[in-house]
Design a protein around this ligand. Structure first.
Ligand SMILES: [Zn+2]
Length: 463
């Protein structure tokens, strides 16, 4: 008896922590394929590694794992497999959203979307997120547990502690920074995020306290430049050219520059020594960056309004608030040249060998929705000059690399976790296919996108 009990405990301990086979009734109705043996046949595959698409492929999912991927003519579908003919569809890795809050803002509201955000992320094909600045870390810790326990549908979550803003804005110096970091590390966050106003001494203290507890640090910077942050030991960096003060002449240390420094970046040459030097320092230190074009686009003159389905997902009041702001910014917003420079900076960084990931950042005045905005990022990467294969890599495998989980997920390779998205149409010939996720496998469990989208309609901005 004792021995049996011991074996039972040993079996429990060796279970992968992500495995989840029992779901609440409300989650179960969102599932089309329970974990088992499934063959996705005759699909076009973008594997996430940056390789070109391959047509007429078959993927065998066994349990939570990708068992086989190869040409349909060569893959033997094992007996007993559930065969799904997906001719005319595309499969990519599950998207990895690296700046994906569970809160959402408009000009009038700042609200935790504990119900709709996780569901819309998953519906859109985002199978892993890092929250990258939390306004409610305990909510996120509970949400992560509810998803792991099968009580809620949502992505794998990496949780970030509260925004750490220094320079006597919120933190009162390095000791305070270390104390707050240690506290949240003990509570179970995976990352910490420093925000705009922070001193070098405070960032160094955050990094030291975080690393001591196995937690990593990222930042939306301003008072500290990107290369300074790398030298202080930061683990990743958020946003784009317009948050990097490396190229501001006579910048005062530890202070955000004043004056029209972003306008001066309109003349910055991406091939210049100073820009290439920043790239070199990031690359040599293995530090990646998360670009967030969907949230930046909102503020730029003359950009299109959020798409129909995004408007439908918002509550009526939220939609009114968004449209009012959109009308203001589409005329009086950021000059197009600054937007183009940011896009060029991302492309130059990637082409120089930099590790570029992406995330939606569903903040601003409300036009970039959880999940839908991650898909929008893909389209904006293409508009910025990336190839489809590069853009898929940026929204999947590169995020996994920054999180340190690329040996487990992020690409479609044999032995990796079965986190993948089935889109309707051929993504290699039609860019908009990225907006037509139909079936999302997470840990080998196939969720129906349409039913999840129905469940959140009218809820964005409310719950
Ligand atoms: Zn953010």
């Amino acid at each position: 008896m004792k021995r049996l009990l011991f074996l039972a405990i040993a079996a429990l301990v060796t279970l992968p922590s992500v495995a989840q086979d029992s779901f609440s009734e409300s989650v179960d109705r969102l599932i089309d394929y329970h974990r088992g043996l499934v063959a996705l046949e005759n699909v076009t595959v973008f594997d996430g590694t940056g390789s070109e698409a391959k047509s007429d492929q078959t993927i065998i999912i066994n349990g939570g794992t990708i068992q086989t991927v190869g040409a349909s003519s060569e893959v033997n579908v094992p007996e007993g497999a559930t065969r799904v003919d997906l001719k005319g569809h595309t499969v990519t890795p599950g998207l990895v959203g690296l700046h994906n809050h569970t809160f959402y803002t408009t000009s009038q509201r700042n609200i935790q979307l504990n119900y709709s955000a996780p569901m819309l992320y998953l519906a859109s094909g985002v199978t892993t997120i890092r929250t990258t600045g939390s306004v409610a870390p305990y909510d996120e810790i509970e949400l992560r547990a509810a998803i792991q326990d099968g009580e809620q549908a949502g992505p794998h979550m990496f949780i970030t502690g509260p925004y750490l803003r220094g320079n006597e804005a919120w933190l009162r110096g390095p000791e305070d920074a270390a104390r707050v970091t240690s506290y949240w590390a003990e509570e179970g966050v995976d990352w910490m995020k420093v925000y705009t106003q922070v001193t070098r001494a405070e960032l160094a203290a955050v990094v030291e306290a975080a690393h001591e507890k196995g937690v990593q640090v990222t930042g939306h910077l301003c008072s500290i430049s990107h290369t300074e942050a790398v030298e202080l030991g930061i683990d990743s960096i958020e946003h784009n050219l317009m948050t990097n003060t490396d190229f501001v002449k006579d910048k005062e240390p530890d202070m955000c520059p004043t004056g029209p420094w972003r306008a001066e970046y309109e003349n910055l040459d991406m091939n210049s020594e100073e820009v290439q030097n920043t790239f070199r320092i990031m690359i040599e230190n293995g530090i990646g960056r998360t670009t967030t074009p969907a949230v930046y686009e909102m503020y730029v003159q003359g950009r299109p309004m959020a798409d129909e389905r995004s408007l439908a997902a918002m509550s009526p009041e939220t939609r009114e608030e968004y449209i009012a702001s959109y009308k203001r910014f589409s005329v009086g917003g950021t000059p197009v040249k600054q937007w183009e420079q940011s896009r060029a900076y991302d492309l130059a960084f990637h082409r120089a060998g930099g590790l570029l990931a992406a995330g939606v950042d569903p903040t601003g005045f409300g036009g970039a929705l959880p999940g839908y905005g991650d898909q929008r990022n893909y389209l904006l990467l293409l508009e910025g000059g990336f190839t489809p294969a590069e853009a898929v890599q940026i929204v999947s495998l590169n995020g996994a690399k920054i999180l340190g989980i690329d040996d487990v997920t992020g690409s479609i390779e044999e032995g990796k976790r079965a986190d993948l998205v089935v889109f309707e149409g051929d993504l290699s010939s039609d860019d908009d296919v990225i907006t037509r996720a139909r079936l999302v496998f997470k840990d080998g469990v196939g969720f129906n996108s349409g039913r999840m989208e129905e469940a959140i309609e009218g809820q964005i901005g409310v719950r």
